[in-house]
Design a protein around this ligand. Sequence first.
Ligand code: FE2
Length: 374
Amino acid sequence: MKSPLPKLFTEAKDFMPLLGTDYIEMYVSNSKQAAHFYKSAFGFESLAYSGLETGNEESESYVLIQDKIRLVLTSPLKSGTSIGKHIDKHGDGVKVVALWVDDATTAYNEAVSRGAKSYMEPFSQEDKDGKVVKSGIHTYGDVVHVFVERKEYDGIFLPGFKEWKTSYNPAPVGLKYVDHMVGNVGWGEMNTWVEFYEKVMGFTQIISFDDKDISTEYTALMSKVMSNGNGRIKFPINEPAEGKRKSQIEEYLDFYEGAGVQHIAVATDDIIKTVTDLKNRGVDFLQVPTTYYDTLEQRVGKIDEDIEPLKELGILVDRDDEGYLLQIFTKTIQARPTMFFEIIQRKGARSFGKGNFKALFEAIEREQELRGTL
Ligand code: FE2
């Protein structure tokens, strides 16, 4: 029998301790209107603002919050900026997946020494509420990871932002935290990015799906799920696979003009209430045929929820060895058929809903058919 690894070695193995998702920043063509949408439709609340009024002449950002989820929506204030070029190429999309760390300088040095491409060298920003250190590296496509060290900061969001107060404050819908964030990458590139997360970030692969797991009559994709050491950060990576017709991943890559974030999965403790609220506020969801529910109980066994409201709302259920999960996917949420949201409630299950892939992808194909992109 092999002797166990010395304690020092196992501790040193997580060279990139991540405390959680700090914020997600999207570059959008109209931050002011997008902020209104995320408040009225998704139940986010106003948190902070940066723009002309705070001395920022380049861009305007609205920061929204719902429980642990912070969303930053940024638009340029003039032509020719890197933000504007990003929007011109990709449409609205995620630019920054910010990770909360204890030490942004060490995180940066560890990543860069293992081959990450630098996006932002460590630098500190201060205001009356303290100090924040930020650094950043590139990942797939034009997406970046910004490391945020905020242990000496007490302010509303980050230095440079002021509190955003408004008289329009719709109620939250019960979204709690980011469960996982999925990246779509190009043909044959999945393993490159799996290796990137292993080598540069110290992640491990926890699940793998091949095109036999994820295929319908027409389209196919492959996926590997990467997780950091404490399991708080999970990044599935998808690539298209050959099918009879165009894969949904290929459609994304065509319209996003490259790799990028495909969906943000957010957790709730009461998916029936959350999805009822979202629907009432105008969020559109993918719909599986009602026949999905005819065999549901045979497939997943006894669950706490009544089947009827699940069927009415189109919520999917899947079971693994540890429990079950409930999930539903919005339709894409900007002009281009690119990014969407997943709402997920976990009841013990730590997987990603493999049993729903076929029904789900057939629902996506019906949407593709309408767009003429299947
Ligand atoms: Fe997902």
